[in-house]
Ligand binder design. Structure first.
Ligand code: TXA
Ligand code: MG
Length: 327
């Protein structure tokens, strides 16, 4: 069984000590929970891959306290990166830069680049301060599964891992993963959308920014199509198709978990999981609700695809499409 402990000065110190000793610990960030290890210890990094069953070609994000710490693991950190840091750090922006030679291959899955981000969550920051070095951490879920936005979610995914230390810092505010921005290309390119808009990045840098629509493994392996998926098959429908579709599924004797922003009266055996209509609140709630709907134990999850416009809705819809793609 994992050990979920309230994050406080004593438990954060203990987690830092475990990291120094080559261990793996889970901790909260403002986006999702991370499963962390020392960026400079190859054996510790290998444990992350083994625990998550993560494909060996999918590189990790190194979490840092500030841009000073980046200098130990990255090279060619230029003025444009400093502009981004000034505006968006600490926060949900991950910057991909060329890595320094001291970084082990395990930290970047062999890539010559490294992804770095400075989380805003006070527990993550205190852990980074105590540890004093970068912490590599992917989201703390089993590979391909829904990302965790609470300590309980982490414990559920790693229930078989004896003594895994999980720092409980409450539910995550942002709820979807950071924006991944590749600064090694001629035109800075967003590899994964999120809560920071392309427009605000463009405005900060004063130059055009591209959005990668590629789901090609080479660009960023984590953008491979199937991701964030519950175990129960997930169907996305428009608001107007929701009730007709439910009717059809009922006729096939399917029990459905319905995720919708409309407060329909949903008859048994189905159950409604209501979502907020505000984009920030929706993002914060999404993974929690997907996990709840999964635990309901129906035959299908029917989710009303949000139709509202906006970059955060685009990022949400990006996650939903991947969650609905069978692996
Ligand atoms: O919000 C977040 O970013 C969370 C928290 C824990 O910080 N972390 C997270 O990590 O979502 P993960 O491993 O689940 O997703 C990292 C993404 C993957 O899509 C990975 O392929 C991409 O970042 N990535 C990491 N290093 C990269 C690199 N050097 N070049 C391109 N993409 C990279
Ligand atoms: Mg992940």
């Amino acid at each position: 069984m994992p050990r979920v402990v309230e994050a406080n000065a004593a438990t954060i110190s203990e987690a830092a000590e475990q990291l120094r000793n080559g261990g793996v610990v889970a901790f909260p960030t403002e986006t999702v929970y991370g499963l962390g290890a020392d960026t400079l210890q190859p054996a510790a990094l290998k444990q992350i891959y083994a625990l998550k069953l993560r494909p060996a070609n999918n590189p990790l994000i190194a979490h840092v306290l500030d841009s000073q710490q980046v200098r130990t693991i990255a090279r060619e950190w230029d003025q444009r990166c400093d502009l981004l840091v000034g505006r968006f750090w600490p926060g949900p922006l991950t910057i991909v830069v060329n890595r320094s030679v001291s970084v082990p291959d395990e930290a970047t899955a062999g890539y010559e680049t490294i992804a770095v981000r400075s989380p805003a969550h006070p527990v993550a920051r205190q852990l980074l301060r105590e540890f004093g070095r970068p912490i590599s951490a992917p989201s703390a879920n089993r590979s391909g599964h829904v990302s965790p936005t609470s300590a309980t979610h982490v414990a559920d995914d790693f229930s078989h891992v004896a003594d895994l230390l999980i720092l409980d810092g409450g539910p995550c505010d942002v709820g979807i993963e950071s924006v991944v921005l590749d600064m090694t290309r001629e035109v800075p390119t967003i590899l994964r959308p999120g809560s920071i808009t392309a427009e605000s990045i463009r405005e900060c840098l004063g130059i055009p920014v591209a959005q990668s629509t590629s789901t090609h493994q080479d660009a960023s392996p984590g953008t491979a199509l199937s991701h964030y998926a519950p175990h129960t098959p997930l169907i996305l429908v428009s608001a107007k198709d929701l009730l007709p579709r439910l009717h059809e599924l009922s006729a096939e004797s399917k029990k459905c978990a319905v995720i919708s922003m409309q407060h329909h009266a949903i008859a048994l055996p189905h159950r409604l999981f209501a979502m907020p209509s505000d984009a920030d609140a929706y993002a914060a709630r999404l993974y929690h609700t997907l996990r709840e709907a999964d635990a309901f134990g129906g035959d299908v999850i029917v989710l009303e695809r949000p139709a509202a416009q906006g970059e955060l809705w685009d990022a949400i819809n990006n996650r939903l499409s991947r969650a609905a793609t069978p692996s």
